[in-house]
Design a protein around this ligand. Sequence first.
Ligand code: IPE
Ligand code: IPE
Ligand code: MG
Length: 241
Amino acid sequence: MNANKEEDIKSTPEHIAIIMDGNGRWAAKRGLPRNLGHREGAETLRKIVKESGSLGVRFLTVYAFSTENWSRPAEEVGALTGLISEYVKKYLNTFVKNNIKVKVIGDLSKMDPKTFGYVSDLIAKTENNTGLTFTIAWNYGGRSEIVNATKRIAADVLAGKIDPEAIDDKLFSDYLYTAGLPDPDLIIRTSGELRTSNFLIWQGAYSEYYVTDVLWPDFDRKELLAAIGSYGNRKRRFGGL
Ligand code: IPE
Ligand code: IPE
Ligand code: MG
């Protein structure tokens, strides 16, 4: 049974992560350039952040740009990077006003200085907010995140700061970009592809997956409730009985 009303929700995931896929297909279906699909996708994100907060979700993490997305045509990469800059600047006040704490994860060394400035400002101004924690994964790749953590752990071992015997799942997690965030309970992917595309591959070890054919720009409150409803009807076992 899919819940489509708030009353139907049996349990709300504390942390929802979303692979926001399908902007290009959404645009193609309408004979529009891909960039307009991305623009519409950004508008969907604005709405879903708001809905998540109102449904009592504590953490929302979204995949906005992957380490592999640089391989797209320069024009599309430019549109995507421009959009994140615009988004972060435009909604600064909304995030502050709505008590949303914003984080950005990924390799930000490749972010242009102007966007990096907006991002840093947004993070600083929302740091003490206590509502929804909204994390944007930008130039994020699960493999490079793990490689990066491994390098830093190795350096700390060499510096004598940690004993190799002390390396466990918990310590490793603390070296990931997501340090301090709980693992996602539910990972939603729009547009029907049955793959992780390098998103939260460590953190998602025991996440529940929900894939819908709905294209990201068409994703709305009803679809979010359906995903949460599906989650509420599952039995998480974590390898146990
Ligand atoms: C998701 O939409 C947005 C990003 C990957 C940045 P796509 O651009 O991947 O859209 P499709 O998959 O081509 O439809
Ligand atoms: C995943 O979507 C990345 C983001 C949503 C940012 P892609 O469209 O890049 O993934 P693939 O290429 O279909 O695996
Ligand atoms: Mg895609």
